[in-house]
Design a protein around this ligand. Structure first.
Ligand SMILES: Cc1ncc(C[n+]2csc(CCOP(=O)(O)OP(=O)(O)O)c2C)c(N)n1
Ligand SMILES: [Mg+2]
Length: 338
């Protein structure tokens, strides 16, 4: 196996923490796929295969509320990032099960669609790429506010064909008004069933940032060490220079697009298997310890599924809760929400 020259930079304790979070996220996603198959959730979409990139990203976020902290404008493959920030399995499983106890959407949004005000995780929409157009808004607030908080936006390769992505590049680089935004494209070489190679004339998606005068980088997002180092470098630049950086991470898509395409396991490189081999080769942990970690998180996921089964679904009468609407003008709301 080719060894990363950047590996010595990560302490063994940190490597073990990263591994634990990677396994935790994978167990969560695999259990949610099973929930869908069991009829316990209508739709699954998520991030198996993105852990080596998403966990190092989540661990390096400046977490908190308000412009002094990082804002996150995410897409539906961000479970590793959220788990690394401290998200719980139960919260994701409640959303997958469409329970009223779901803290992200009270059981009314797709799974892996977060909204966490206290961590600046901006409410997510299932429309792809709209997050790229919204991100310059919080970055503009941060530019005016000062401090070292940055805005982070991620999305897929296919979506970068949409106008919102181009708008993000333009609004982030107006002369004299450059914005502190880390623009990430997670390239899994597919948009649902459309292969990347049939759609992109540019050599790298990241190259589009060069035309806007921003630094760019393309990395192997299946490699923990390369991911950590690139994210660290990009974040340092955006935090200190208050200018944008475009980072493209190549990753696997291990269970296809979503439950709509079957969510079956696909033969692409598995970043967890690669990382585990490195951990064992380096003597950082043993195969037995790795097995125990998997068992622990599979048990936790099963317990969360059982727990959410005991919890209520949303009611028709609470459809207007947390929605922005005008009571006095709304005949449906007046009639009781049915
Ligand atoms: C505005 C909009 N257009 C189309 C869709 C349907 N759609 C959902 S996911 C997807 C493909 C996205 O591919 P990519 O951006 O590469 O992200 P990936 O799913 O591969 O992570 C499409 C076209 C959508 N959700 N929103
Ligand atoms: Mg894609």
């Amino acid at each position: 196996m080719q060894k990363s020259t950047l590996r010595p930079r990560l302490e063994p304790g940190l490597q073990l923490r990263i591994h634990e979070l990677m396994v935790k996220t994978r167990c969560l996603e695999e259990r949610m796929i099973k929930m869908n198959r069991d009829g316990e959730g209508y739709f699954w979409i998520g991030a198996p295969g993105e852990e080596a990139f998403g966990i190092p990203l989540g661990l390096q976020v400046k977490k908190g509320q308000g412009p002094d902290f990082d804002y996150l404008h995410l897409h539906y493959r961000s479970s590793p990032l959220i788990m690394a920030m401290g998200g719980t399995m139960l919260d994701s499983i409640r959303q997958m099960g469409m329970r009223a106890t779901d803290r992200y959407s009270a059981g009314r949004n797709f799974t892996n669609h977060y909204a966490i005000p206290e961590w600046n995780v901006v409410p997510m929409a299932p429309t792809i790429e709209t997050q790229y157009l919204i991100a310059p808004g919080t970055a503009w607030v941060q530019k005016r506010h000062g401090g070292d908080g940055i805005t982070i936006v991620n999305g897929g390769d296919a979506g970068s064909a949409e106008g919102d992505f181009a708008s993000c590049l333009i609004w982030s680089t107006r002369p004299g008004k450059e914005l502190p935004v880390l623009i990430i494209v997670v390239n899994n070489k597919f948009g649902i069933s459309t292969p990347y190679d049939t759609q992109h004339g540019e050599r790298n998606i990241a190259d589009r940032g060069i035309a806007h005068g921003m630094p760019t980088k393309v990395i192997n997002g299946n490699d923990v060490f390369e991911s950590w180092a690139a994210i660290e470098e990009a974040m340092r630049y955006v935090r200190t220079e208050r200018r944008p950086f475009l980072l493209e991470a190549h990753v696997s898509r291990l269970n296809g697009h979503s439950s709509s395409s079957g969510a079956n396991r696909i033969d692409e490189p598995d970043c967890i298997a690669t990382f585990e081999k490195q951990l064992v080769d380096e003597g950082i942990c043993s195969p037995g310890e790795i097995r125990v970690t998997w068992e622990r998180f599979r048990d936790e996921a099963n317990a969360c599924v059982k727990q959410q089964r005991t919890e209520p679904f949303p009611q028709a009468s609470d459809i207007w809760n947390n929605a922005f609407h005008n009571d006095s003008d709304n005949a449906i709301a007046k009639a009781g929400g049915d």
